[in-house]
Design a protein around this ligand. Structure first.
Ligand SMILES: NC(=O)c1ccc[n+]([C@@H]2O[C@H](COP(=O)([O-])OP(=O)(O)OC[C@H]3O[C@@H](n4cnc5c(N)ncnc54)[C@H](OP(=O)(O)O)[C@@H]3O)[C@@H](O)[C@H]2O)c1
Length: 292
């Protein structure tokens, strides 16, 4: 038994992961660019996540770039059998840290090889295609050639499962006509709920939904309702925000990001937090009435 068993598990293809995982993006340097401020602290966060029962880690080779994957390998290899590392391809970093598309089939193939090398793996368990028609939000555009390129890498045994990130419902349907899509990773949290209908549709089809920025990302969630509910429950606002997501739908998998051991412990403890129905109802109103 670990402290994160309570919310249960969900499947990513033929793999089963606990619903509370860890997002490794924050381990790179400021602006997710360059090496971490404190390398030993970054390694310690990864090791403690696993020791606490985490078996789902989200990463990408464009964090750093290459920094986060190398830290994961150094901290955790040889990897335990139950660990599922989910990575993403589709972007690259400019010289000053900008986020640029690397979205041609050739660039995607190169990115899969980079991830394999830097993580020290023979096959990637899940690869999300990060759709790059928009950097900040999902924007329509065809993804057939990109998904077909990943499906070809899957046939060659380099990729086991395929997911989509920053994707619209139309793009998800397009992807599903080409291959099995096991997860969708989009921007979603208590205050940002554009994907409400999509989450329910994916739940019906038993496809995982992994919200990125579950705590608000670069602008952490701030809401007087969240603060009041947390005070009433004797929890922190971030724990309540995570517990709300766990209650929101059974297919939601959490990957809160942190570079801090204290925040990691706080976030994982959200697994034990019970959210009474009246608290959930109040929190449901945060998106409607704004997060101020
Ligand atoms: N597909 C995509 O396009 C995409 C985009 C963004 C992120 N992601 C993935 O999603 C994961 C999660 O997103 P994220 O890390 O950007 O955002 P997040 O989980 O919403 O929030 C992370 C931020 O909150 C802080 N934080 C974490 N726990 C806290 C706590 N208990 N109390 C107060 N502050 C806390 C972190 O700072 P400290 O380090 O100081 O704790 C960091 O600044 C990433 O790690 C990445 O794997 C994917």
């Amino acid at each position: 038994m670990s402290i994160i068993d309570k919310p249960g598990t969900f499947n990513l293809g033929d793999r089963t992961v606990k619903r509370l995982g860890y997002g490794a993006m924050q381990l790179a340097g400021p602006g997710i660019f360059g090496p971490p401020k404190d390398r030993n602290a970054a390694l310690a966060v990864l090791r403690e996540a696993l020791a606490s029962g985490v078996n789902h880690i989200d990463t990408s080779d464009f964090y750093g770039p290459h920094v986060t994957n190398k830290l994961i390998r150094e901290a955790l290899a040889p990897y335990p059998d139950d660990l599922v590392i989910v990575t993403k391809v589709g972007a690259r970093r400019g010289a000053e840290g900008s986020w640029l598309p690397a979205f041609t089939p050739e660039e995607l193939t190169q990115a899969v090889h980079d991830n394999l090398r830097n993580l020290g793996l023979d096959a990637l368990e899940v690869v999300n295609l990060r759709v790059m028609f928009g950097v900040e939000r999902a924007v329509e555009g065809p993804i057939e050639a990109q998904v077909a390129a990943l499906a070809e890498l899957q046939r060659r045994g380099l990729v086991r499962h395929i997911g989509l990130s920053n994707a619209t419902p139309t793009q998800i349907a397009e992807g599903r006509r080409i291959c099995e899509i096991v997860c969708v990773q989009n921007h979603y949290n208590l205050a940002h709920r554009d994907d409400d209908a999509l989450i329910d549709d994916l739940a019906r089809d038993r496809i995982a939904y992994t919200p990125y920025f579950p705590l608000g990302g670069f602008t952490p969630l701030q809401s007087s309702t969240l603060t009041a509910v947390a005070a009433r429950l004797g929890a922190t606002p971030m724990q309540v925000a995570l517990a709300w997501l766990l209650h929101r739908a059974p297919n939601i998998l959490l990957i809160p990001g942190t570079s801090s051991l204290a925040h990691l412990r706080e976030n994982l403890a959200a697994a034990e937090l019970a959210l009474p129905a009246d608290a959930r109802k109040e929190l449901d109103g945060v998106a409607k009435f704004g997060a101020a």
